[in-house]
Design a protein around this ligand. Structure first.
Ligand SMILES: NC(=O)c1ccc[n+]([C@@H]2O[C@H](COP(=O)([O-])OP(=O)(O)OC[C@H]3O[C@@H](n4cnc5c(N)ncnc54)[C@H](O)[C@@H]3O)[C@@H](O)[C@H]2O)c1
Length: 310
C-alpha cells in the first residue's frame, strides 16, 4: 500500500513507520518536527520518503495530490491539553484547519483516512460508566478534546457528502520508546526519564488514580488493522481495558528498573480525571485487534530506551 502519514516523526508515528516498513508498504511522512524528530525514524531507504512541511501550508494539497495514496494516517496535531486551554486559536489552527488540508487531499485522491483521536473526547466520566464505550456521550473538557471531536464530525460529514472512508481510533494513554514529555499521557515518559537519571519522582494526588496505559507498538498495530478493515466509517477505542493506579505503575517501574525510586506526593492537579479506562471490545470484534504487550514488558522497553538515550 502507499501510505501518507502526517506526524510520522513523532512518538506514535515512529512506531507506526517501523511496522509499515516491515511489511513493505511505501511510506510518505510529512512532519514539521515541532515536537517530533527525524532521528526517531529508522534508516529511510527508498521505502520511506520524508517531507519536512507543515500540514497547514496551502501548498500541501498540490504537493501530495501528485501521489495516489491508498491510506492517509493523520497523526500530526497540537497534542497538549494545557496549551489548548491557553491558546484555543493555535490549537484549532493545527487540529482543525491543518486537518482540513489533509482531508482535502484525501478527498482528491480517494484515500481512506485513519484519524488519531483521544480518550479526552469523552471528558469526565462517572465510575459506573467504566469501561467507557464508543457510544458514550462526548463532553470534552479542553479545546484539545473539542477539536478532536470536531474532526470526528468532519470525517462523518466528508463520508456522507463525498463518500470518503475513514476510521477514527480513540487512543487511551499511550506510552513507549521515543515518547516526549509534553503531550498526552506523558506520565510514564516523565517518570522513566527521571528514574534512569536517579532522580526522585512526584505523584500528584494520592496515587490511587488510574489510567489505561497502552503500548505504542500495540497502537501502531491497531492503526495497521484500521488501514485494511472492512468495518469502516466508525470509531474504535484502542486501549487495554485495564485500570492501573499510579502507585502500581511505580511499583512495576521499580521492579523492572531494579532501582530504588524515591516518590514524593503533591496536591492533586486541578482538572485531572481520577479514573480512566476505555472498553476495547469493539476493536476486538471490528478490527480483530488486541493489545499484546504487557505493562511490564512495555515498561521494560521504555526504561531501556530512556537508559540508552539519557
Ligand atoms: N500519546 C498519547 O497518549 C495520545 C493519546 C491520544 C491521542 N493521541 C494522538 O496521537 C497523535 C500522535 O501523538 P504523539 O503522542 O505521537 O505526539 P507527538 O507530538 O510525538 O507527534 C505529533 C507529530 O506531529 C508533528 N506535527 C505537529 N504539528 C504539525 C503540523 N502542523 N504539521 C506537520 N507536523 C506536525 C510533530 O512534529 C510530531 O512529530 C496525535 O494526534 C495525538 O493527539 C496521542
Amino acid at each position: 500500500m502507499k501510505v501518507f502519514l502526517t506526524g510520522g516523526a513523532g512518538f506514535i508515528g515512529s512506531h507506526l513507520v517501523r511496522q509499515l516498513l516491515q511489511v513493505d508498504h511505501r511510506v510518505f511522512v510529512m512532519d514539521n518536527v515541532s515536537s517530533g524528530a527525524w532521528r526517531h525514524l529508522p534508516a529511510r531507504g527508498n521505502a520511506c520518503t520524508c517531507w519536512q512541511m507543515d500540514i497547514r501550508e496551502a501548498s500541501v494539497k498540490a504537493k501530495i495530490c501528485k501521489e495516489k495514496f491508498d491510506v492517509i494516517v493523520h497523526l500530526a496535531a497540537q497534542t497538549m491539553v494545557d496549551a489548548s486551554i491557553k491558546d484555543p486559536i493555535f490549537d484549532a489552527s493545527e487540529n482543525i484547519m491543518g486537518t482540513l488540508n489533509v482531508l482535502e487531499v484525501a478527498r482528491q485522491c480517494g484515500a481512506r483516512v485513519i484519524f488519531a483521536s483521544t480518550a479526552a473526547a469523552y471528558g469526565d466520566v462517572v465510575d459506573t460508566d467504566l469501561p467507557v464505550l464508543e457510544t458514550h456521550e462526548l463532553r470534552p473538557q479542553s479545546f484539545y478534546g473539542l477539536t478532536k471531536v470536531g474532526v470526528e464530525k468532519y470525517l462523518d460529514l466528508y463520508h456522507e457528502l463525498y463518500g470518503l472512508d475513514y476510521v477514527v481510533c480513540r487512543f487511551a494513554n499511550v506510552y513507549g520508546e521515543r515518547q516526549g514529555d509534553s503531550g498526552e499521557g506523558g506520565v510514564i515518559s516523565i517518570f522513566a526519564k527521571r528514574i534512569v537519571n536517579g532522580q526522585d519522582i512526584t505523584i500528584y494526588g494520592d496515587g490511587k488514580q488510574t489510567r489505561d496505559f497502552v503500548y505504542a507498538g500495540d497502537i501502531a498495530r491497531g492503526i495497521c488493522k484500521a488501514m485494511t478493515t472492512e468495518n469502516v466509517n466508525t470509531v474504535y477505542n484502542l486501549s487495554t481495558q485495564t485500570e492501573t493506579t499510579l502507585l502500581d505503575l511505580v511499583k512495576v517501574m521499580r521492579e523492572v528498573s531494579g532501582r530504588d525510586i524515591v516518590t514524593h506526593f503533591g496536591p492533586q492537579r486541578e482538572g485531572d480525571i481520577y479514573r480512566s479506562m476505555l472498553s476495547n471490545q469493539k476493536a476486538i470484534n471490528g478490527l480483530g485487534w488486541m493489545p499484546e504487550i504487557t505493562l511490564r514488558e512495555g515498561l521494560k522497553r521504555t526504561l531501556e530506551y530512556f537508559e540508552q538515550n539519557k
